[in-house]
Design a protein around this ligand. Sequence first.
Ligand code: SAM
Length: 272
Amino acid sequence: MKKSKLYLVATPIGNLNEISKRALDVLNMVDVIACEDTRNTLKLLTHFDIHTKMISYHNFNEEIKTKEIIDLLKDDKNVALVSDAGYPLISDPGYELVNEVINEGFEITTISGPNAALNALVASGLDNKHFMFYGFLNSKPSQAKKELEALKDFPYTIIFYEAPHRINKTLNIVLEVLGDRRAVIARELTKIHEEFIRDNLSELIKLENLKGEIVLLIEGKKQTEEIDYDEVEKELKSLIDKGESIKEAVNKISIKYKANKNRLKDMIYDKH
Ligand code: SAM
């Protein structure tokens, strides 16, 4: 059994106190911490007086660093992977490494911590029973529109990450493709200026100068209510029994329940 492990350690998304005792223990215990940006992680380590060796692991050196980390594991060294904030791999590097570590038969453990999407979701007030985490839309508007087209009929809350300089453009594109829905901007989570702005997209597009880190949550497509055809049939029959013509009764009921007229007529001709 291979002893060394890769630890995926979630780190704070703002407030440095949001890190678990276990995460600090692991960052102290491992032989090497692979960081998205060593300068950034150094601030965290310095704050908690941790002196573990760091190496860089980011989008542009993934392949070569994956090999280096596998060699460390083969050498019985424990390695932690961290990103600049939140969970590694969640809109952050690490996917290639995790797969290679699995292929090589080493164990992987996750050390829980903050994640911007979940922090935003639970306080958003939008449906959280089912939801989709989408991450970043493509930065090219034409591509972003295509991505949104594919999400148009998704009935549950959708969570996007977005940069402050693009948020206004993105809100406009989302409004154009998905229509005017309830939405929430969750800004600067866990920080001093944390803010939740809950409104319809048509109002949110009017906001100017949104700063800081942003999660955008959009209500899913509303389902048309299911028609209770037993109820509809009873009401239709009752109108006719009271003397309404079939045409009038069908018209009234089809408007009230948004029911198909032919289906209503079939009900009558089957029964009368
Ligand atoms: N790995 C991170 C996680 O688990 O949440 C996400 C990293 S991703 C590169 C960075 C994006 O996450 C930001 O552009 C923003 O959309 C969101 N984000 C990160 N920290 C945030 C915060 N404190 N408040 C709001 N959004 C945040």
